[in-house]
Write a protein that binds this ligand. Structure first.
Ligand SMILES: *Cc1c(COP(=O)(O)O)cnc(C)c1O
Length: 392
């Protein structure tokens, strides 16, 4: 129990890591000096404070690059994966008619990939949104066939934000590149959680967001293979010419420093966190599957983020169940698309009906959890399920 405003409150058990994660205390501590003492603009080269801020940004850029096997010149800071996705997609496809350009993506992508593509479609780009298998994968033969139509850009995510499916991006990218496509990858759910190496992935562009791996909100990066020299990306934001002119705007120094620290922490902790979280996830999954007849795990149970579980409890109103849990915080699907009455496009692509989709809970574990919390969470969800069954 913790005390809050004099009330005894049960300790919250946070299981919504795919929506966001708490900033690590080490991340917050690293950021603070850049909010008060060292607040200068890193573009102010005439004074020491400005040069200190610039040095901190340079260090963070190296830390981010190191985590993904890139060179610092290949990392461009943005406000997050949404902006990185928009920059990668809108910046690499023509925005004027007649384009004749083609783009290829999968039905399970995040709306921050699908919506920019749909926007370009209105300007004449031919966009193919490929269906996926019941496990959430692109069928290899269909992928080859689509790539042979020579899209200019393909966009495929590394790990799905609802069902955690990890895509074989290096294999998909190899096919796409063989046909001359540029490859963008939304890595927002993967970077910081599983090993990501831009070299072996073979992608040209990779988007990610700090707050998805214990960094601050409002900062992210776009990896651009070869840096600005090798890319023909068109910037979305024009102005002061920061980030080699690819992303104008005064740099978010505290956020960037925090993101760098989160990358360092991820590099140090990943090897230990992955098996530990997978064990906890498997424990949660086993407890719920054993007690709830008809419960089903969505996505690819093998190639899956170690901290993800998407579970359908047939006949249950998952949103109501989640909202009634005493101290467990989890959601039913993507935070950005969790509008009542609108079934998840990801679950629909896997073949779930609207009512199955509405009966689905999404668990995302954080590195702060232990067995006691997982057991308590399982108990509370079971209690919620029993209540839902009684109420019919
Ligand atoms: C969270 C997320 C995004 C968007 O990240 P923001 O930080 O909200 O900009 C994009 N893609 C995926 C797969 C995500 O999980």
């Amino acid at each position: 129990m913790v005390r809050l405003n004099g009330l005894k409150m049960p300790r919250r058990i946070y299981l919504d890591a795919h929506a966001t994660t708490p900033a690590d205390p080490g991340v917050v501590a690293a950021m603070l000096p850049f909010m008060n003492g060292c607040f200068a603009n890193p573009a102010s080269e005439t004074h020491d404070a400005g040069r200190q801020a610039a040095a901190a940004v340079a260090r963070a850029r190296r830390q981010v690059a190191d985590l993904i096997g890139a060179a610092p010149e290949e990392v461009f800071f943005t406000s997050g994966a949404t902006e990185s996705n928009n920059l990668a997609i809108q910046g690499s496809l023509p925005d004027t008619r007649p384009t004749g350009a083609r783009a290829l993506t999968l039905a399970t992508e995040h709306s921050a990939v699908l919506d920019p593509l749909h926007a370009l479609q209105r300007h004449g780009t031919q966009v193919t949104v490929m269906e996926v298998t019941a496990q959430g994968h692109a069928d290899p033969a269909a992928w080859e066939q689509q790539c042979a139509r020579q899209p200019q850009l393909v966009s495929v995510m590394l790990a799905n934000n609802e069902v955690g499916t990890i895509h074989p991006v290096s294999a998909l990218a190899r096919v796409a590149r063989r046909h001359g496509a540029m490859v963008h990858c939304d890595g927002a759910q993967a970077v910081g959680h599983i090993p990501v190496d831009t070299g072996s992935l073979g992608v040209d562009l990779l988007s990610f967001s700090a707050h998805k791996f214990y960094g601050p909100k409002g900062v992210g990066a776009l990896y651009v293979r070869g840096g600005i020299a090798g890319s023909a990306l068109r910037p979305l934001l024009l102005g002061g010419g920061q980030e080699e002119g690819l992303r104008s705007g005064t740099l978010n120094v505290p956020g960037i420093v925090g993101m760098g620290r989160a990358c360092r922490l991820a590099a140090v902790r990943m090897a230990g966190d992955m098996p530990r979280l997978q064990e906890l996830r498997d424990r949660l999954e086993a407890a719920l599957m054993a007690a709830i007849p008809g419960a089903r795990v969505n996505g690819d149970r093998e190639s899956r983020l170690p901290h993800n579980l998407s579970l359908t409890l047939p006949g249950v109103d998952a949103a109501r169940l989640a909202a009634a849990l005493p101290s467990v915080e989890l959601s039913t699907g993507a935070a950005c698309a969790a509008r009542p009455g609108k079934p998840s496009h990801v679950l629909a692509a896997l073949g779930l009906t609207a009512s199955e989709s509405a009966a689905t809970l999404r668990f995302g574990l954080t590195r702060h959890l232990g067995e006691a919390e997982i057991d308590e969470a399982a108990d509370q969800v079971l209690g919620g399920w029993q209540r839902a069954c009684r109420e019919g």
